[in-house]
Design a protein around this ligand. Structure first.
Ligand code: K1U
Ligand code: ZN
Length: 172
């Protein structure tokens, strides 16, 4: 088990489109396990492989309420096969530090992929699960929540982030 470093904006790996996984071998299973530990440690409720510098089509998530036992899920080569309705929820992103914004997304989605045993699965989600699935699958396309907010909000965030990085750099 290992905690992985989470890449943050503007790391170019976050803009890369992830490639499909052709074989679920030990390295993929180890990566999934490490991503789950990294997600819980962050803490977060989802993580895509690009966020840990591995542009593979692999996501993990767990939207179980805090007072219930953990129930992590792994999805390999996930694809949204249908989406309907719309919802706007405040989102965070482990790769976009200290920023939350409302993002408009489908209210319900159906996602197809493989589980960690290579078995085809179909996940139908609404509410928070639908949001997290869409957010993580966006990561696999190289799309960040910043790409789904207004140009003005995005510009303000970019400015703030540049300042933050400069001050981190100056103090080291
Ligand atoms: O992909 C990521 O960057 C993870 C992200 C997932 C996400 C959260 C909320 C809406 C859409 C997508 C996070 O987990 S951010 C952290 C967070 O939301 C959270 C952390 C601890 C407890 C509950 C939520
Ligand atoms: Zn994210």
């Amino acid at each position: 088990m290992a905690f992985l470093e989470i890449c943050t904006y503007p790391n170019p790996v976050l803009k890369k489109k992830a490639v499909p996984i052709t074989e679920i071998d030990d390295s993929v299973l180890q990566l999934a396990e490490d991503m789950i530990e990294t997600m819980y440690q962050a803490p977060g409720i989802g993580l895509a492989a690009n966020q840990v510098g591995r542009p593979l089509r692999l996501i993990v998530y767990d939207v179980t309420p805090k007072d219930q036992p953990r129930n992590p899920a792994v999805l390999i080569n996930p694809e949204i096969i249908s989406g309907e309705g719309s919802q706007s929820q405040e989102e965070g992103c482990l790769s976009v530090p200290e920023y939350y914004a409302e993002v408009k997304r489908h209210a319900r989605v159906t996602v197809r992929g493989l589980n960690d045993r290579g078995v085809p699965v179909e996940i139908c989600g609404e509410g928070l699960l639908a949001v997290v699935l869409q957010h993580e699958i966006d990561h696999l396309e190289g799309v960040l929540m910043l790409d789904r907010i207004s140009a003005l909000k995005r510009a303000l965030y970019k400015k703030r982030r540049q300042k933050q990085l400069k001050s981190d750099n100056d103090s080291h």
